[in-house]
Design a protein around this ligand. Structure first.
Ligand SMILES: Nc1ncnc2c1ncn2[C@@H]1O[C@H](COP(=O)(O)OP(=O)(O)O)[C@@H](O)[C@H]1O
Ligand SMILES: [Mg+2]
Length: 436
């Protein structure tokens, strides 16, 4: 038996005499046996998303857990501390059933295309959380399993990330009609709502960029592409405190190794290389989206305009950028230009961006930003291994596509994001549009 394995004692209540069991978690499975050497386990449950674990409470304390065996729910009682340890051992590894035993739902916090997010309170600890509720009729609306696979992917990726500027996942529940992703509660607003009312000063913008760049360095290390960075997916943990900004919504995130090459994201934030047919884009797409966010924070206008999302998408696709920037320093314009580079190979990386002179004065300052270099971020998370790129055939295929891909210049023409000198000249002439 592995010394990292987890064990507790539990009992099944029977009318005449309780039966005593040992529970072991080892190799991604739960084994429950009457003998301590687990040679003949009576119940075995693989820790996979299809298998649920249930909880029973009394006076808001855990008193039992349940698993399905031959379609019948079997309850096992145990000491409160043993059950709490089991809960901690299993949370986010499997879906739990009967959410209402543990969480009480409060007001709605937000909604997205696929979900509603509610504030919930843990009945045992009384801590507040956010619960992203995704309806099964949405997940299974189409015949293919794409939406279900995407949900599992969102969960798998959120499970890997552990960073101050990225929302943390706490628990997973499955009900009859919905799936629930329980996350830390972000009590502030999305940056989209917040910046509508409040104009961020340059120090606040610097702080937001710094935090997001560090989060992108981290996602780079894990080889994760977020693919939907935008103001709506940046939320403040504490109201009005931009230092506490966090990236949310891994609904479109993928491992870099996945051969998924489709255009995705939100019109106005999509990197130009995504529009090239079958282009094997990388984590650099997130840098472009962050550049578009940077532009919006500076100018309070969108990088790509339009009266509806189709028009915005069209301008995004044609790389028809706006220029509303006034009185920006050379450093700001230089960093922005490098983030919005059309060619992903020339676009600045998050690691390089953090070393840009724009952040110079924050290194010794007391703004709480740029306190650690990208290299220190690596040290902060030594336990996290970057995702391995598997040697599947799909990956070999993608390598071939990558190798035979025409150069970016050839496939899109060479109208890279123009120098900001050109932009300033054009805007003085009264034109919003900077390229054809
Ligand atoms: N952890 C959280 N704390 C507070 N509010 C949240 C949290 N996660 C999401 N929200 C709110 O719910 C909205 C939708 O969540 P999101 O994960 O972006 O869903 P979708 O994938 O449908 O866009 C967000 O824009 C935000 O307003
Ligand atoms: Mg969202």
């Amino acid at each position: 038996m592995d010394q990292n394995s987890f064990q507790i004692k539990c009992q099944r209540k029977h009318f005449l005499k309780d039966k005593h069991y040992h529970l072991l978690i080892d190799d991604d499975r739960i084994s429950i046996s009457q003998s301590v050497n687990f040679q003949q386990s009576k119940y075995i449950l693989d820790l996979i998303f299809q298998n649920l674990v249930f909880w029973k409470t009394d006076e808001n304390q855990l008193i039992a857990f349940g698993i399905k065996y031959n379609q019948v729910l079997k309850w096992f009682h145990a000491e409160k501390t043993a059950l709490e340890a089991l809960y901690r051992e299993l949370h986010t590894r499997v879906f739990f059933g009967n959410i209402s035993a543990i969480y009480e739902s409060k007001e709605i916090l937000g909604a997205g295309a696929s979900c509603k997010v509610y504030k919930v309170v843990n009945k045992i600890t009384h801590y507040e959380f956010a619960s992203k509720c995704i309806r099964k009729d949405y997940v299974f609306k189409r015949n293919d399993k794409e939406r279900y696979n995407r949900l599992i992917q969102e969960i798998e990726l959120m499970r890997l990330v552990e960073h101050n500027s990225i929302v943390k996942m706490v628990d997973l529940y499955e009900g009859e009609k919905s799936y629930y992703i329980i996350m830390e509660l972000l009590k502030g607003e999305t940056l989209h709502t917040f910046t509508k009312k409040t104009k961020l000063n340059i120090y606040q913008i610097k702080t937001v960029m710094n935090k997001c760049l560090k989060a992108l360095c981290y996602l780079n290390l894990l080889n994760i592409i977020h693919r939907d960075l935008k103001l709506e997916n940046l939320v403040l943990l504490e109201p009005n405190n931009v230092e506490t900004v966090k990236i949310i919504d891994f609904g479109l995130a993928i491992p870099l190794s996945t051969p998924q090459l489709q255009i995705c994201g939100t019109p106005g934030y999509i990197a130009p290389e995504m529009f090239i047919d079958k282009y094997p884009y990388t984590t650099k797409v997130d840098m472009f989206s962050l550049g578009s966010i940077f532009y919006k924070l500076l100018s309070r206008k969108s990088l790509f305009s339009g009266n509806n999302s189709d028009e915005i998408l069209e301008n995004n696709k044609r790389f028809k950028c706006n220029n509303h920037l006034k009185n920006c320093s050379h450093e700001i314009l230089d960093l922005l230009k490098q983030m919005l580079q059309k060619d992903p190979n020339k676009r600045i990386s998050p690691e390089q961006a953090l070393l840009h002179p724009f952040f110079d004065d924050t290194i010794q300052g007391d703004l709480g930003v740029a306190e650690e270099s990208p290299h220190e971020i690596v040290k902060t998370f030594p336990h996290i291994k970057p995702m391995q790129i598997s040697n599947s055939n799909d990956n070999i295929k993608i390598q071939v596509i990558r190798g035979s891909q025409p150069s970016f210049d050839l496939s899109l023409g060479s109208n890279y994001f123009p120098s900001f000198d050109d932009i300033n000249k054009k805007s003085r002439n009264g034109s919003d549009h900077i390229i054809e």
